[in-house]
Write a protein that binds this ligand. Sequence first.
Ligand SMILES: [Zn+2]
Length: 143
Amino acid sequence: MSITAQSRQPRRSPLLQDSGRTCREPATTVQRVQLRTELTRQRAILLANTHLSLLTDEEPEMHPDPIDQASTEFGQELAIQVRVRAFDKLRHIEQALRLMQTNDYGRCRQCHREIPFGRLSVKPDALFCVPCLTLIEQGAARN
Ligand SMILES: [Zn+2]
């Protein structure tokens, strides 16, 4: 009734440096835990960054020179775009973390197959497998 050391040994596979074989297979339980850790980490970073950017928000400057004014507006536009993208990413990560609780995580929303770990390790908040995403992007490009 002794638990052997072998069966208890955790499988150590660095998240981003997995062997090619396991990369094409669905994520194991251990890998899922790694992915959740990674998602939580990314969410913390994003939250910290968005809070930071809210704090450093400045009043819009007004310039008498139209070129200066344009560059200020361009900078503000860029800052907004960066923030929108950060919120988007945050939304995807929150969704992925929610899916983990219902066990739907790692399943393609299009073909319902398991997304290979290789893809999830690069993009833990992926909602589609690569073949489906390619089709979706091709469809979007045509429109
Ligand atoms: Zn798919």
